[in-house]
Ligand binder design. Structure first.
Ligand SMILES: [Zn+2]
Length: 458
């Protein structure tokens, strides 16, 4: 019997028996950088509705996804396990094993109606992440601007699909909605043509999707090459998304019994860090693995801010505990602390990428390549090149409202932290092994031809 199970049973005394269990809403937003939300310090106060969820709940200043790309990150969230455990990587040929225990399976076994409305095509049924959902809706509605055959679904259609299911759902219900906006291209419906400011610094257009020193091919907006143009458009995507979240909240909060709500993201986005632009999935840099995390318990509660680092692996145990359900022993996450004082000071979080790995402990972040890379390697995901990155540390602010971090190269101010955390990471990497570099993924023909023309392929 685990302590998490006992906590769950105790909380069940408050929530009552089966019919009284709370409805539960899990919202994930693809590619949402925490620091582009007003509640995490964005100056124009972007995402006010989304942020308002923490007005009656808890905002986690330092929340980390287990991986910097969609499929492994989402599989981690639903199984509360690291990618090295569940086996889902960026490669489309990987899927979640049937034996994995998922959050939705736990809710369904407890009598919940369950549904997922998922608007990123890399989370299609072939990934097997929909285990436990009565409905796993991945009907895409529009073709991405620059990639023929790559479909997605905008937020309005996503919300409408959630409404259709809610209208026939029996209580208690568990609904997961994964919004694709603000994933690139940054083009919310009805957006006017993007124009660069006169005299603005411009980046070249890349033939691949890597984002290294240029605009990824899939991100290109007509005639736009200035980073500022893309950053502004990213905020436009958040504004569009926020209006849809307002619509969804109005619907679910009309119920007298306010549902529990958790909001997070699968990963962030590089806005120039390491010279990568408007891309993710190439490292475990803070800008890619730090995500927003807001948690409103059933019925709402007092607003609080927690600075202790937490993981998206903690979401599943928290939702189950809030519903008075036991937490499976396979879950590697813990119930989210409600205060800093209630957090486990010895907690260590890991960050996984097939070529990099990272660790967060207390106020310190440390990441490095898994093994010494002797020059760039071809990346079969983006068509670009993965380059060696120096080991680095960052200090995470343990106070303040929004959370700032100070990167420092190894050998500098972060040397002591690197020395302390490097052996911890070494042990984790050697115990878990590297995620397999699956070499079966065929490159799209157009990308293959472009790379061949550039001399990247033999
Ligand atoms: Zn994603």
């Amino acid at each position: 019997m685990t302590s998490a199970w006992i906590v769950a049973q105790l909380s069940c005394l408050a929530c009552g028996s089966g019919p009284e269990r709370p409805n539960v809403l899990l919202l994930t937003v693809d590619t949402l950088r925490a620091d582009r939300l007003g509640c995490y310090g964005e100056p124009s106060n972007a995402g006010p509705v989304l942020c308002s969820i923490a007005d009656t709940g808890i905002r986690y200043v330092w929340a980390f996804s287990a991986a910097p790309s969609t499929a492994p990150a989402i599989a981690s969230l639903h199984t509360s396990t690291y990618p090295s455990r569940h086996g889902v990587t960026q490669f489309a040929s990987t899927s979640l094993p049937n034996m994995a225990r998922t959050l939705a399976e736990e809710f369904r076994a407890a009598g919940y109606d369950t549904a997922a409305v998922v608007s990123n095509p890399v989370l299609g049924p072939g990934r097997n992440i929909g285990q436990g959902f009565d409905l796993y809706d991945t009907e895409m509605t529009r073709t991405e601007r620059n990639r023929a055959g790559f479909m997605e679904r905008e937020a309005e259609a996503t919300t409408d699909t959630a409404f259709r299911w809610l209208s026939g759902a029996s209580e208690p219900w568990f609904l997961w909605v994964h919004y694709q906006d603000p994933h690139g291209p940054y083009e919310p419906p009805g957006a006017p043509r993007a124009d660069d400011a006169a005299g603005a610094k411009r980046l070249p257009r890349l033939a691949d999707h890597s984002g290294y020193r240029g605009i990824p091919a899939y991100q290109l907006l007509s005639g736009a090459f200035a980073p500022g143009t893309y950053e502004a458009r990213y905020l436009d995507e958040i504004a569009y998304l926020d209006a849809e979240i307002a619509r969804l909240l109005e619907r679910v909060d009309a119920d007298e019994r306010l549902p529990a709500i958790a909001v997070s993201s699968d990963h962030g986005e590089a806005f120039g860090e390491d010279d990568y632009w408007f891309a993710h999935g190439h490292s475990v840099g803070v800008e890619q693995v730090r995500v927003p995390l807001l948690w409103r318990p059933p019925g709402g509660g007092r607003a609080a801010v927690v600075h202790a680092p937490v993981s998206t692996l903690d979401i599943a145990p928290t939702l189950l505990a809030a519903a008075g359900l036991p937490v499976p022993a396979s879950f590697q996450g813990v119930v989210l602390p409600r205060t800093d004082d209630a957090s486990d000071a010895s907690r260590v979080l890991f960050l996984e990428h097939r070529m990099r790995a990272g660790v967060v402990a207390g106020a310190h972040y440390y990441a490095r390549d898994r093994s010494v890379l002797h020059g760039p390697m071809r990346d079969r995901i983006t068509g670009g090149l993965l380059r060696p990155l120096p080991a680095r540390t960052a200090r995470l602010a343990s106070g303040g409202a929004v959370g700032r971090y100070r990167p420092s190269a190894a050998g500098g101010a972060g040397e002591a932290a690197a020395q302390a955390l490097a052996p911890v990471l070494d042990r984790f990497v050697s115990a878990t092994g590297s995620p397999p570099e699956v070499d079966r993924e065929p490159l799209p023909e157009q990308t293959r031809q472009q790379l061949e023309a550039l001399g990247y392929l033999e």
